[in-house]
Design a protein around this ligand. Structure first.
Ligand code: ATP
Ligand code: MG
Length: 554
């Protein structure tokens, strides 16, 4: 067993196992529609379904719900598999709903033979009118009483391409007066001449999702068919299909609430819009809540799994704070990421009393609490870079970093005191002249002199130039979709800042893509999967060290 906390779905499974409802078997599936890239909400569903299979020694299938031929694409299929594996899971079987098109078709003929399905010629508009409303019963279609023979012949005609698109549908014959609109003779098949990415032009009729889904689940021997809450009202139809066909097994559909997260949007349709209208640089833009985006940003699979566990599984609609995900990332990287020094916005510092041409190597720990993670060498010299905002010519009260006359500790090296500044024509400080205390080697002095500030640094000639991409939240308000306002008007204009002149310590000279480090005092960073290479290091900021949005934002 693992430490996964229990939830109402696991309690249902425990009870089913106790009563032997599914013969003690546990089989789940993750059923994405391959019409976009997976996002954080899908990650929750993946962790839930695959996590249950893992913990109950059951199976979890990956199934593409590819009943809609038009919006789907092979590119998405490849990305989905990569994403599931990257999250740390492996499917027991990989299937396409389209694998079952023959069987799904045969079951439709069976329903016709049972008098439980009919071909309807009403137009889509008429059908809408006949359907009724929440308060008003529906009306039966004049085609509802066709004979089994006529229905069979028409349905085969539909399959054989005898009728134009959308001219007929096959419908279940249930109850036009049902208070549940989903039971008012829902459509089972429609005519649609479209090339399908798996079945090509074999079919010109396609089953509806709500009809194909219970059959696909049943054919795979799924025991618990977990989906999101909007399918709750569809469950009676799910059960109707399986009951009508008297199938050998009957999966239990269980609904849970969708994951919503603040400061982002999560529907594939909106994410697609961000991509196609170029508000972001692609599906894997590190600001996107897609799994590809989060991966490229530098978030680890462990942090995502931890997040999915912490948000829990309930039936209540909710909105989770993105700060929770950020904390999961910090916790994960705090323990695993090596510490490094990087100067994002360099300011030159010359240590006047340090001999020209001399260098010294300091061994600094890779992790302050984990000596087993070893050390790395950082070279000190007369000319250094520090962070621009670690120096102020006229500091406010409480500023403990470098200013004229003040002494600070250069992390792991020496104490330095600022003496004077050199400015450019515009009056901007371009260089700080300092002196150092040779007695303070390693960061302390024999007289135990206290300094209040410790700042990071790199040596001018030994550091390497790097591009650093500072990512922030994509939207500037917690609920970008609230109040009927176009979510695009609420994008955070500062969600990406690119720093081209950053300098990083020499130990980062040849790290691989997707290497995560903590830049001391700055945050966690990860080398970019796509653009980082030897000679041109590119670091993405995964997350800052602390939540800078907590006190009313920036
Ligand atoms: P979207 O609305 O973003 O397009 P979807 O539900 O249409 O999402 P599918 O590809 O059909 O996406 O979903 C695959 C599985 O992932 C489904 O079982 C679905 O319930 C689940 N899922 C999708 N979005 C979320 C979410 N926000 N929270 C939890 N589960 C989700
Ligand atoms: Mg969908």
């Amino acid at each position: 067993m693992t430490d996964t906390p229990t939830n109402f779905i696991r309690q249902i499974i425990d009870e089913d196992n106790r009563t032997g409802k599914h013969g003690g078997k546990v089989a789940t599936r993750f059923p994405p529609e391959p019409n976009g890239y997976l996002h954080l909400g899908h990650a929750k569903s993946i962790c839930l379904n695959f996590g249950i299979a893992r913990d109950y020694q059951g199976i979890c299938n990956l199934r593409y719900d590819d009943t809609n031929p038009v919006k789907e694409d092979e590119e998405y299929v490849r990305a989905i598999e990569e994403d599931v594996r990257w999250l740390g899971f492996n499917w027991s079987g990989k299937y396409y709903a389209s694998d079952y098109f023959d069987k799904i078709y045969d079951y439709a003929e069976q329903l016709i033979q049972l008098g439980k399905a009919y071909v309807d010629d009403l137009t889509a508009e008429e059908m809408r009118q006949y359907r009724g409303t929440l308060t008003e019963a529906g009306k039966e279609s004049p085609y509802r009483s066709r004979s089994v023979e006529e229905n069979l012949e028409l349905f085969r005609g539909m399959r054989d391409g005898k009728f134009p698109d959308a001219s007929k549908v096959l419908r279940a014959k249930i109850d036009m007066k049902s208070p549940n609109i989903n039971l008012r003779d829902p459509a089972l098949y429609r005519i649609r001449r479209a090339t399908h990415h798996q079945t090509g032009d074999k079919w010109c009729i396609y089953p509806m999702y709500d009809y194909a889904h219970p059959i696909s689940d049943m054919l795979e021997g799924i025991t618990h068919s977990i989906c999101t809450l909007e399918f709750e009202d569809h469950r009676p139809f799910y059960d109707w299909v399986l009951d009508a066909l008297k199938t050998p097994c009957h999966p239990q559909q269980i609904e849970f609430s969708r994951l919503n997260v603040d400061y982002t949007v999560m529907s594939k349709r909106k994410l697609l819009q961000l991509v196609t209208e170029k508000h972001v640089q692609g599906w894997d833009d590190p600001r996107m809540p897609t799994i590809q985006g989060m991966r490229r940003r530098g978030i680890t699979p462990a942090a995502l799994r931890d997040f999915c566990e912490r948000v829990g599984v309930t039936k209540k609609d909710n909105c989770i704070e993105i700060a929770l995900l950020e904390n999961c990332i910090r916790e994960d990287l705090d323990s695993s990421a090596m510490r490094r020094m990087a100067v994002l916005r360099p300011l030159k510092v010359v240590v006047e009393n340090y001999p020209e041409g001399k260098t010294e190597d300091f061994e600094l720990p890779n992790h302050p609490q984990k000596p087993e993670m070893g050390t790395r060498k950082v070279t000190f010299s007369r000319t250094l870079f520090i962070e621009q905002d670690d120096f102020m010519e006229t500091p406010p009260k409480g500023y403990f970093r470098l200013f004229p006359g003040n002494e600070v500790r250069l992390r792991g090296a020496y104490y330095v005191t600022a003496k004077e500044v050199i400015k450019d024509a515009s009056g901007k400080v371009v260089e700080v002249r300092c002196t150092y205390d040779p007695e303070s080697r390693g960061g302390g002095t024999p007289d135990n002199r206290k300094v209040k500030g410790t700042i990071h640094w790199v040596s001018e000639t030994h550091s390497i130039p790097a591009e650093i991409r500072l990512y922030d939240r994509l939207f500037s308000v917690a609920e970008p979709e609230a109040g009927g306002v176009d979510f695009l008007t609420r994008m955070n204009p500062n969600s990406l800042e690119v720093l081209k002149d950053a300098r990083v310590e020499p130990s980062l000279a040849d790290v691989a893509p997707e290497t995560r480090v903590q830049f001391e005092r700055q945050g966690y960073f990860c080398t970019d999967r796509k653009d980082h290479r030897a000679g041109h290091p590119v670091f993405n900021r995964v997350v800052t060290l602390r939540d800078s949005w907590a006190k009313g934002g920036k």
